[in-house]
Ligand binder design. Structure first.
Ligand code: PEP
Length: 245
């Protein structure tokens, strides 16, 4: 399966800087061995859609509401994202689970909304450091998979240990492989044979200097990149380390 390198720009990017970042990524995107996705803040999506339309760089959002429309002040629906040119949406990022109290049930509802609007959901799962220290990480992530995914799930999973996000720390190669194999088994248990088709990204302090080793781990289907996705040279270097499929 071709790997996916996705950039989560988080709450970064005014108009000129976002366009410059998208232009620089596009300029280096030719003949990369992977699929590319960038997820800017909502305010930049329409402008980036104009830049990225018809290119090999896909456009996603970082969150959405589950409903198509209605009395939800300040929210954005999956249909609105599709309307402005998104083809994907990150759901259940740990910053949303922690800061906005999103539960597996919330994420499950949003995944259904994304599918209704033909958006590819990128569902984030991952344990805290305390949960890993207590040996609960496999059970926690297995529970997030079971609770967040509908039985007809057709998206992508991003395994992001919370303690590795933005910290410069990463799990060992063996720990990443063990978790990704566990996620694959959980996907088979939950989705049946369709579980084989789900890409499982690793996220958490992926940088140009550790990307090749991480992307070579069995069952790693790509990377979700935060901080390093804001520097086009770093993002493209990570993408160049991908394993073609
Ligand atoms: C993220 O928050 O999705 C992420 C992976 O961040 P970083 O790469 O900065 O650790």
């Amino acid at each position: 399966m071709r790997q996916l390198i996705a950039g989560n720009w988080k709450m970064n990017g005014l108009t000129a800087a976002s366009a410059a970042l998208a232009d620089a990524i596009l300029a280096g995107a030719d003949s990369l061995p992977c699929d590319l996705l960038v997820c800017p803040p909502f305010t930049q999506i329409a402008a980036l859609a104009a830049i990225l339309r018809g290119t090999m760089v896909s456009l996603g959002a970082q969150n959405c509401h589950e409903a198509a429309s209605g009395a939800h002040t300040g929210d954005i629906s999956p249909e609105m994202l599709a309307d402005v040119g998104c083809t994907a949406v990150i759901l259940g990022h740990s910053e949303r689970r922690q800061n906005h109290h999103e539960t597996d049930a919330t994420v499950h509802a949003k995944v259904l909304g994304a599918a209704r609007a033909s958006l590819m959901p990128v569902v984030c799962v991952g344990e805290t450091e305390a949960q890993r220290d207590a040996g609960q990480h496999l059970a926690i992530v297995g529970g997030q998979i079971a609770g967040s995914l509908p039985e007809n799930f057709g998206g992508v999973i991003a395994y992001e240990p919370i303690w590795a996000i933005g910290t410069g720390r990463t799990p060992t190669q063996a720990d990443i492989e063990a978790m990704h194999c566990h996620i694959r088994a959980s996907l088979f248990a939950h989705l049946g044979p369709a579980g084989a088709r789900v890409r499982i990204l690793y996220g958490g302090s992926v940088k140009p200097d550790n990307a090749a080793a991480i992307l070579a781990i069995p069952e790693v289907g790509g990377a979700l990149v935060g901080g390093a996705s804001l520097d086009p040279k770093h993002f493209l270097a990570i993408a160049a380390s991908a394993i073609g499929g």
